[in-house]
Design a protein around this ligand. Structure first.
Ligand code: MN
Length: 485
């Protein structure tokens, strides 16, 4: 599945690397005790450290270190037992310190990998270059007053993990799958809530293009702070095409930072890209290097949950699910748990189909997650049992499911109240079929004349006459017998 851009001079390949900023799940900020709650009144979650009052000193929050190590382990990455905090110097109104405390040469986490689950069921591995801890900045607010800007420092000093991928992605789909998979892993780990709409996960997307066959990387542009999977994909699509056009019209792509305008669906230049030396990085003299033992890492490793890749493999081997179905079911831990509850002691393939097709359709239509599902895993399981023991047919099950969604009632109760039990009494079905045959001599003639397709019409009539409750297998058998006699 290769994604190429057809230019006037030939086909172009797209090279993508992502830097994801993920907010660490922690009650307090990286270097202060101020809270991190989302949606607080402006400037309420701010300590003297976060507002950079003179003489204030940062104190590392151990919980954030633990979360970074945990994330590194989840990304199968090298954990560095010694890492260093550096000052990244730049001026911005919402950065009162005049520098961001980050990690430059010695990050806490080194190389790892993320496995993408692609729509065709195949996988692709994207290398992780590093993960480092750093502070978030505050927020400048320009739309409250025509003449003044405001600063909200609530986010100032909140712990972020910057997760940098290798330039291993080749299409908007790859990048979308990467962000989704990374978010899934972080949520399983409980190290980032992954709520992109609240800004707790943002992606900087590095895009470059080159003619197919070329091996050197060309100059890249970086699209900053893209805050949804869809926008990441749209931004790449636009930016890659723009770069191809620049090259084909004889120009050069410049290294720069660009913004994605989601309304216009285009990227535009924000500023020419700074280089690392512009920031005058140096080790923060207020903070000692972070050092911990392998034992500390091993202890954290003990507490890791089963992660999506392992769960997917287990679903494929234990439940004989396809790679695609298993991948869809494990993407969210709540969905995986729900499915397992339904599948336990039942036909897993049927359970997977019902969750992926019928339940997901309802959740999508209602715009809710599985935690707010109107049908519990218990109820769905009961519905499957009613089908398995032939109390209802698969067709009636769909009707029952709809009623379950609206009423919240148990399937057993609905079937009983509405008299939806399947008719398996062959005498009753025979009676119905005899009547249909007697009423439709013309169709019987057609069948006897060799028109086998008409058999389907008879099945339809029988189902209609029984309100869809006749056992389809019995109908088929009896019809075959009667029509060919
Ligand atoms: Mn950063």
């Amino acid at each position: 599945m290769s994604y190429l851009i057809q230019g006037e001079t030939g086909d172009w390949e797209v090279i993508l690397g992502l830097e994801v900023h993920a907010q660490v799940v922690s009650n307090a900020k990286l270097f202060s005790g101020a809270p991190t709650t989302f949606g607080a009144e402006p400037n309420n979650n701010v300590s003297l450290v976060d507002s950079a009052m003179p003489g204030m000193l940062p104190v590392i929050n151990e919980k954030c270190i633990e979360q970074a190590v945990r994330t590194g382990l989840g990304l199968k990455a090298k954990i560095n037992l010694r890492s260093v905090f550096d000052r990244k110097n730049y001026f911005y109104a919402d950065l009162p310190q005049g520098y961001q405390i980050s990690q430059f040469k010695n990050p806490i986490v080194g190389e790892g990998a993320v496995i993408l689950d692609l729509p065709d069921g195949s996988t692709r591995t994207v290398g992780i270059e590093r993960l480092h801890l750093e502070q978030d900045a505050g927020k400048s607010i320009h739309d409250q007053d025509p003449k003044r800007s405001f600063i909200d420092l609530n986010r100032s000093g909140v712990a972020l993990m910057e997760i940098v991928s290798m330039p291993d992605m080749r299409s908007p789909e790859d990048a979308g799958a990467y962000v989704r998979k990374l978010r899934s892993i972080l949520r399983y780990l409980g190290t980032c809530d992954g709520n992109m709409e609240e800004g707790s996960m943002r992606a900087d997307v590095n895009v470059s293009v080159r003619p197919v066959g070329e091996t050197e990387l060309r100059t890249r542009a970086e699209i900053k702070n893209v805050n949804s999977v869809r926008f990441v994909m749209q931004a790449i699509e636009y930016e890659a095409r723009r770069q191809v056009e620049v090259y084909e019209s004889g120009g050069e792509v410049v290294q720069e930072t660009r913004l994605f305008d989601s309304v216009k669906g285009e990227t535009r230049s924000m500023r020419s890209k700074e280089f690392a030396h512009d920031y005058r990085y140096f080790p923060d003299p207020d903070l000692l290097p972070i050092e911990f033992s392998q034992e500390y890492v091993d202890q954290i490793k003990e507490t890791l949950p089963e992660l999506p890749d392992d769960k997917k493999e287990r679903f494929m081997s234990d439940f004989a699910l396809s790679a695609y179905d298993a991948g869809v079911l494990v993407a969210e831990k709540e969905t995986a748990d729900y499915f397992e509850a339904v599948a336990q002691g039942r036909d897993a393939k049927t359970a997977a189909n019902w969750v992926i097709t019928n339940l997901f359709a309802v959740l999508n239509a209602k715009g809710v997650g599985i935690a707010e599902s109107p049908v519990s895993s218990d109820s769905l399981g009961q519905l499957l049992d009613l089908m398995a023991d032939n109390t209802i047919s698969g067709r009636i099950a769909k009707d029952v499911f709809e009623i379950m969604v609206e009423s919240g009632d148990d399937p057993g109760k609905i079937v009983k109240d509405k008299g939806l039990e399947q008719i398996t009494d062959t005498g009753e079905i025979e009676g119905v079929i005899d009547q249909i045959i007697a009423d439709n001599p013309k169709q019987v003639e057609q069948f006897k004349g060799g028109n086998e397709k008409i058999a389907g019409w008879f099945v339809g009539q029988a189902m209609k006459a029984t309100g869809g409750k006749a056992n389809p297998q019995a109908v088929n058998e009896i019809l075959k017998k009667k029509l060919s006699s």
